[in-house]
Write a protein that binds this ligand. Structure first.
Ligand code: XUL
Ligand code: CO
Length: 445
């Protein structure tokens, strides 16, 4: 039985496209910058957006038409979805999937019943992995949808909710081990506050850190050696999320001794909500040695919430992939997970293929441009030259610590206005942007 009415998606290149369903830039086994494209990009399909999302918005019901809708019993539908999902991965040509525990199976009345439902679906995933070779980039625990998490999970003011969260998480880690997840993600869906008037911020953050430590300790105990990742987001759903952005999350990790075992999973739309570019977030993580993995999506500059649009902005993917190429990889076990969904008006099954194709092609294009710029050392020279006054003389003495403040005073006291004006140089930023445009246009034509 076939769920999706398409053939396997092929690389067709940038010539005349015969059908809309083809990759123009993503050619998985082509070697670019010393590695196969599939190994640079390690694309993953997100179970929640792709197979569960009904395309609701706050004003309207779901519009999605999905090939397993005919199964009305929740467990029958959950099992059919696994087959549909693995056919989708095969036709799209991705190597990885990602999921939350609750994406897979309906909850029962107790955690025991819920785990039983979940285990049945995971059994089927494991069977499908054996025949397809599909790998799990990461799994995670949904500790935010059910009303019990209304005031948080690890940061809930209620001990029973913390306990339940830990119990749910324990099983999710066991599942991670079963499916061989390369990473394990924590996005703090409700881990923030609505109002400071009733919040003990310090106590909540200590609790969150305790839950992360417990998770890592338990993973070690069962021999689940996934890279642990925290995913920053500044707001939505709570007014203020504790893992606001990369820099805030790194400070939290350092304060609570988590920076040895945890890295970051960074998302484009989350970066924008924090007032940053995706490139900024990736740079902050990479320079701290904490870049773990990436959630691929884009926001809309005119909308102030998380719309999880499939990435299509080539300038932004070029910027993100420039950081990745500079880093040598996305992260030790990182990949690009499409935390993205079609617009509500793109409700047909095939829109899921188009969404992933534009996303995969956009990052593949970004990779090609970033590698071309790297090969020509375009940015290397720009950055190196800008700081070259620190390579010798007084600059080298400042960096080495040889120069004291008194030395710098001596050095500066008689410099004239003109001397100092001459010490600065134009950044030629417009020329740099013109060069980047040139590489995008030339590489992608
Ligand atoms: C929410 C979000 C999540 C995480 C996984 O904005 O990004 O889907 O990626 O829980
Ligand atoms: Co995400």
């Amino acid at each position: 039985m076939s769920y999706w009415n398409v053939d396997k998606i092929k690389y067709v290149g940038t010539g005349e496209k015969k059908s809309g369903l083809g990759f123009q830039y993503y050619n998985p086994d082509e070697v670019v910058g010393g590695k196969k494209m599939r190994d640079w990009l390690r694309f993953a399909v997100a179970y929640w957006h792709t197979f569960d999302q009904r395309l609701v918005d706050p004003f309207g019901d779901g519009t999605a038409i999905r090939p397993y809708d005919k199964y009305t019993d929740p467990m029958d539908q959950a099992l059919a979805k696994v087959d549909a999902a693995f056919e989708f991965y095969d036709k799209l040509g991705v190597d990885f999937l990602c999921f939350h525990d609750r994406d897979l199976a309906p909850e029962g009345d107790t955690l025991r019943e819920t785990n039983r439902n979940l285990d049945k679906v995971v059994d089927k995933i494991v069977e499908n992995q054996k025949t397809s070779g599909m790998k799990v980039l990461w799994n995670t625990s949904n500790l935010f949808t059910n009303p019990r998490f209304v005031e948080g999970a690890g940061t809930s003011p209620y001990a029973d909710i913390f306990a339940y969260s830990a119990a749910q998480l324990k099983h999710s880690l066991e599942i991670g081990k079963r499916v061989g997840s390369e990473n394990y993600v924590f996005w703090g869906g409700r881990e923030g506050y609505e109002s400071l008037w009733n919040t003990d911020m310090k106590r909540e953050q200590e609790h969150a850190a305790k839950l992360f430590h417990m998770a890592k300790d338990y993973a070690n105990e069962i021999g689940f050696d996934a890279q642990m990742l925290l995913e920053p987001k500044p707001k939505e759903p709570t007014t203020h999320q504790y893992d606001f952005d990369a820099a805030t999350t790194i400070a939290f990790m350092k304060e609570y001794g988590l920076d040895k075992d945890f890295k970051l999973n960074l998302e484009g739309n989350h970066a924008n909500l924090a007032g940053h570019t995706y490139q900024h977030e990736i740079r902050v993580a990479r320079e701290a040695g904490l870049l773990g993995s990436l959630d691929a999506n884009q926001g809309d500059k005119l909308i102030g919430w998380d719309i999880d649009e499939y990435p299509s902005n080539l300038y932004e993917t070029t910027a993100a992939m420039t950081e990745v190429v500079e880093n040598g990889s996305i992260g030790p076990r990182g990949g690009l997970n499409f935390d993205a969904k079609p617009r509500r008006s793109s409700f047909e099954p095939n829109d899921l293929f188009y969404g992933h194709i534009v996303g995969m092609d956009s990052f593949a294009a970004g990779l090609r441009v970033a590698v071309a710029m790297k090969n020509d050392g375009v940015l290397d020279d720009i950055v190196k030259n800008r700081y070259s006054s620190f390579d010798s003389g007084i600059g080298a003495d400042i960096e080495s610590g040889k120069a004291s403040m008194a030395d710098l005073e001596n050095y500066s006291l008689d410099k004239t206005q003109k001397d100092l004006r001459d010490a600065t140089h134009s950044d030629h930023l417009e020329e740099i942007k013109d060069t980047i445009n040139h590489y995008i246009i030339q590489t992608l034509k």
